[in-house]
Write a protein that binds this ligand. Structure first.
Ligand SMILES: *Cc1c(COP(=O)(O)O)cnc(C)c1O
Length: 388
């Protein structure tokens, strides 16, 4: 069965008749036990709200279906779904390799928290081959954080290659799969040990929740993640979990529409004289397109454009002229958004001079939602007078 069928039909069996189609929102801290003898029985779950009640469990089950996982965990934000697995597998004296095109708060967590706990970090260029990445590993390297396409710059990594090479050396891999939303890419099938998602984005789909997931195939790894989650107290409400379940039902359709519209707008922008580069991995002109086309079943609604001759002031002027694109961070919702990227590009570690072109003009990231693509093109066209 295809993903979309498994995710929408799982509770429609005849044994579920005379019940609502959907799982209920089961709120609770206390869970009543049937007798005093079982109060401290570790084999009985749940004994408290932090074990996860029916709503959280249903979301875990659906995410595990989507990611092809043995087990998935739900966390209060996408960021917590990155920090908890890192804490679960790293110890003082260990080292983590982090792709330089990482989601910016990963760098903040590594610099301000992991280092305090005695974990060293090294950043690597996303264009390194798997062998070159592994060559950077030391005996202390325990984890590689991969993200493809990378946040903002859309750099593509050979994730299957890196996962294979890392596993051969006994190094774990954690993949940020927010771009693929579990649909366009399957990190666990490609050999990654852990796949996380900000469900805040496409799974939630309506810009009204913060929630994350991490998924694994290995039971011992699942135990470590659960122990860390429990020790730190990172749990998620039934209401947020319910909204994520609701989002999943239409995930494939929204993602498809958003991706198609984004590609149409990106192609239109490629033909405009004001544009220096359209950075979109689904375009043949993208430097990582071949690997992207090999590993991903499609592209989502995100891309970046470098407009000729612009600077940060011009970027702001352009953004202020847009009327259909909201000015705001995040993506994956029903509404289109745009931000300028120069401050985030400059915050990256300097590894080589190859990327100077990223700052050669105004750098705008677009997220294309569910509005009509031609209306969005009209909105961008009006604002292009900034660069004219
Ligand atoms: C948004 C995002 C996250 C974090 O999600 P939050 O729910 O906002 O904490 C992680 N990774 C990527 C790639 C993201 O875009």
């Amino acid at each position: 069965m295809k993903d979309i069928t498994r995710l929408t039909s799982a509770t429609l069996g005849r044994e579920h008749s005379r019940r609502a189609v959907n799982v209920g929102v089961e709120r609770g801290s206390t869970v009543l036990m049937e007798s005093a003898e079982v109060l401290y029985d570790d084999d009985i779950k749940p004994t408290y709200g932090t074990d996860g009640l029916s709503t959280q469990n249903e979301l875990c089950r659906l995410i595990a279906e989507l990611e092809g996982a043995e087990q998935s965990f739900i966390l209060p934000t996408g960021l917590a779904a990155l920090t908890v697995p890192m804490f679960a597998v790293l110890n003082a004296g260990d080292e983590i390799l982090v792709v330089n095109s990482c989601y910016a708060p990963v760098r903040r967590f590594v610099e301000t928290q992991l280092k305090r706990y005695g974990v060293a970090a090294r950043y690597y260029d996303p264009r390194l081959s798997p062998d070159e990445v592994i060559a950077l590993a030391s005996p202390q390297t325990k984890l590689i954080y991969v993200e493809s396409p990378g946040s903002l710059t859309f750099d593509i990594q050979d994730i299957p290659g890196i996962a294979r090479a890392a596993r051969a050396k006994g190094i774990l891999t954690l993949c940020d799969n927010t771009y693929g939303a579990g649909v366009l890419f399957k990190p666990l099938e490609h050999g990654c040990d852990m796949s996380m998602q900000a469900l805040t984005k496409y799974v939630g789909g309506h810009s009204d929740i913060l929630i994350g997931s991490v998924s694994v195939t290995d039971k011992a790894l699942a135990k470590k993640i659960y122990a860390t989650q429990k020790a730190w107290g990172f749990f998620t409400s039934a209401d947020e979990s319910y909204l994520a379940i609701r989002g999943i039902r239409s995930l494939h359709l929204r993602l498809k529409q958003s991706g198609e519209s984004a590609l149409k707008i990106a192609r239109w922008l490629e033909g405009r004289p004001e544009v220096a580069h359209v950075v979109h991995p689904g375009l043949e002109s993208h430097r990582g397109h071949d690997v992207f086309a090999r590993d991903f079943s499609g592209s989502n609604g995100l891309f970046m454009v470098i407009f000729k001759g612009g600077d940060e002031t011009k970027s702001q002027e352009f953004l202020n002229r847009l009327t259909l694109f909201g000015l705001g961070f995040s993506w994956g919702g029903f509404e289109s958004l745009a931000v300028y990227c120069e401050p985030q590009i400059k915050s990256r570690v300097k590894l080589s001079n190859d990327d100077d072109w990223l700052l050669s003009g105004s750098a705008i990231r677009f997220y294309v939602g569910l509005e009509d693509a031609d209306d969005l093109i009209g909105d961008i066209e009006n604002a292009l007078t900034t660069f004219g």
